[in-house]
Design a protein around this ligand. Structure first.
Ligand SMILES: [Zn+2]
Length: 406
């Protein structure tokens, strides 16, 4: 047992003072130091410097490790232009991102306080890096393929990758399933995969209504995507519209990434199926997809969480940076309320959506904690300052084990 003595704890938008935390793998008890030391006289005591704050470790629900080699290669500004550049450079990007490159990406996340992440894996090449990472990992094996004739080999390849991820037996590693998107996965494949998801109760994710081009293609089988599908796949029509796609997910709460282009009708369906929206503001801006309407999501009672997406559409994997961009992107939202909501989204809400027992400094939760060095006594605007100032993270604990700091 360890007892850690911060000056402050940040939990549920509030600042708690004069409390210490006794923990092992999980948080055992939160109480004044005198009480804890009496209960656990043999515990190792960790003292922290003046103005230290403990907060939950951050959870990045959506990242693509396999594309971590990108820096200046892909073209930003327009979704289709970006997609063509992904296809044109895919082999080189994937080929040049080895274990070292992907480990650098997981370390980049750790350095900025990310203690859990959801990795969307297209090829399974990131399995080794994800399983060796110090973080809790939900490993989303992605299924893709819009042509019925290719369904069997694609499904077999998906199952082989899923099985490989199931063979990883380590604390904090969860195999999961991702359906790439409504435009890229044939309904036959979706049905087969979701049958498995239901039977095995696997976490589930999908990209949904990211770009204006996707919206137009799903609705009218037209627009910028038409040329793409005709040229690459000789496909004239979308395999599903948005509603048909969502119908597959009606009984399975799913993490839907982007959702920038959804209509009120689609948002209503998201609400009725208790889906969670993953908001990636930097990616959305760089790929010319617009800004998610957070107000509309809240009006429809839809939970949303913030994430970085991969380095294929971001310059960093840092949730503090991502939250800062969100603060400025959603310029008409109340500043402090949005800061609080963003912090909750990458801790408690992301944990719930991914089915992880973490995201809160509460008894019984896994001890995934950050210690931050504030510059002075915090005030009621702390949530805002946490996002703005990039305070030094002196120590990081994951499942009670120290992974960073003296
Ligand atoms: Zn993605």
């Amino acid at each position: 047992m360890k007892i850690i003595n911060p000056n402050y704890i940040y939990q549920d938008g509030k600042i708690l003072e004069n409390l210490s935390i006794a923990f092992d793998k999980t948080i055992e008890k939160i109480a004044p130091h005198e009480v804890l030391i009496e209960l656990f006289p043999d515990a190792q005591v960790i003292n922290l410097p003046q103005n230290s704050l403990i907060m939950p470790g951050l959870i990045n629900a959506h990242v693509h490790l396999e594309f971590s080699a990108n820096k200046e290669t892909l073209e930003y500004g327009d979704f289709l232009q970006w997609l063509y550049s992904v296809i044109g450079n895919r082999d080189e990007l994937i080929g040049s991102c080895d274990l070292t490159c992907m480990t650098k990406a997981t370390q980049m996340m750790l350095d900025s306080g990310i203690t859990s992440f959801g990795a969307v894996s297209s090829y399974g090449m990131d399995l080794e890096a994800a399983s060796a990472a110090p973080q809790n990992v939900v490993f989303f094996n992605e299924l893709i393929g819009s042509q019925a004739t290719m369904a069997d080999p694609l499904f077999n390849d998906f199952i082989a990758r899923l099985d490989a991820s199931k063979s990883i037996k380590r604390e904090g590693f969860t195999p999961a399933v991702a359906i790439h998107s409504p435009y890229s996965v044939h309904p036959i494949l979706i049905k087969k995969a979701l049958q498995l998801v239901k039977e095995e109760k696997l976490p589930l994710s999908a990209h949904f209504l990211e770009s204006p081009a996707e919206k137009e293609w799903l609705k009218n089988s037209d627009g910028d995507f038409k040329k793409f599908f005709v040229d690459f796949l000789k496909q004239e029509k979308a395999v599903s519209d948005a509603k048909e796609f969502l119908a597959h997910f009606a009984e399975i709460p799913t993490l839907l990434t982007h959702v920038v282009q959804a209509t009120n009708e689609e948002l209503e369906l998201l609400n009725s199926s208790k889906h969670t929206v993953i908001h990636c503001p930097i990616s959305n801006r760089l790929l010319g997809n617009g800004a998610l309407d957070l107000e509309a999501l809240e009006k429809h009672n839809i939970r949303w969480i913030c994430a970085t997406d991969g380095l294929s559409s971001n310059y960093t994997l840092n949730l503090f940076e991502e939250m800062k961009i969100a603060l400025f992107m959603h310029h008409s939202a109340d500043l402090l309320a949005l800061a609080k909501k963003l912090l909750q989204s990458v801790t408690k809400d992301a944990a719930e959506a991914l089915g992880l027992n973490t995201g809160e400094i509460k008894e019984g939760k896994n001890a995934d904690m950050l210690t931050l060095e504030l510059t002075c006594k915090p005030n009621e605007q702390l949530p805002l300052h946490l996002i703005l100032h990039g305070y030094n993270i002196s120590q990081i604990y994951i499942n009670g084990k120290k992974v960073k700091g003296e």
